[in-house]
Design a protein around this ligand. Sequence first.
Ligand code: KG4
Ligand code: ZN
Length: 335
Amino acid sequence: MNTTILAIESSCDDTSAAILRNDRILSNVIASQKVHEQYGGVVPELASRAHQQNIVPVVDAAIKNAGIQKNDINAIAFTRGPGLLGSLMVGVSFAKSFGQALNIPLIEVNHLQGHVLSHFIKENDDSPVPQFPFICLLVSGGHTQILLLKSHFEMEILGETIDDAAGEAIDKAAKIMDLGYPGGPIIDRLAQQGNPDAFQFATPNISGCNYSFSGIKTSFLYFLRDHLATDPDYIENNKADLCASIQKCIVGFLIKKLEKAVKEHGVKQIAIAGGVSANSLLRSELQRLGQKHHWQVFIPKFQFCTDNAAMVGIAGYFKYLNGEYADISLPPYAR
Ligand code: KG4
Ligand code: ZN
């Protein structure tokens, strides 16, 4: 029997809706919010207001693009958290009322689980999916974790950041250089023309497979401050090299701990997920390591790296198979 799921994601600044038939994606619509760019970061109040404006047209487009009718939907999956409370509230409330109107079950999804499970989304091809157990480096704007996946919903944290997330550090570096928001894609693009060895930024000595990014961010800030004191055009004149060097530092650190975790656990299936997995250096480094160590690597398609509802849909589908439905009264959670 086929299962059709409507999925909704509204945890941060992207309003997204997707339709999945079983594990296959029929549509995935994302409305990104431009309103935050002028502030250099997401403004929570403006985000929830934009979600309110976007949610109905986005869901409508997802249903139309999938070529289905409302009555074909068997369940509604939605991101319950973590994220911005006001933003989550819009998606959660919409899912509840739409679910009630159609008299179909609700499924709550953890945003991070969605990122990890994005590897199981099927498109028109039949590309391989990871086999359990596999290790996933989850790198987003809010999280940096090395996870050991034992099944779809059983994961052990092998390491994680003790302070900032990798995406947060990249966005901060971009903000210090006044490059715009979100900084990740901009740094990635500018770095292509720069020399990654132009500047050396140290990574902290941190135990086990854990990360720390706040020190890198601060030393980058002080490094620039020193140079700007004597040369106000320092950033402008060294932009590409600065981007390439800070990106190399952050990605190198991510890879180093991932390699350590993989060695310790002897797992050969390695995946990356989350917004920062769109980074071209991280992607190519993972490919390189895969060849070197004979790992089978899984790199998400770009549209499934950053926030999207298809990943919520696939997590929702696996929960649907288990009959894990959500109660209509449950509130969203921020952390
Ligand atoms: O997963 P995501 O869309 O949202 C969260 O759950 O946080 O991740 C957003 C993060 C931002 O920090 C953004 O700068 C980063 O992903 N990002 C990138 C790239 N594309 C997005 N970082 C580095 N290189 C990219 N190409
Ligand atoms: Zn995310």
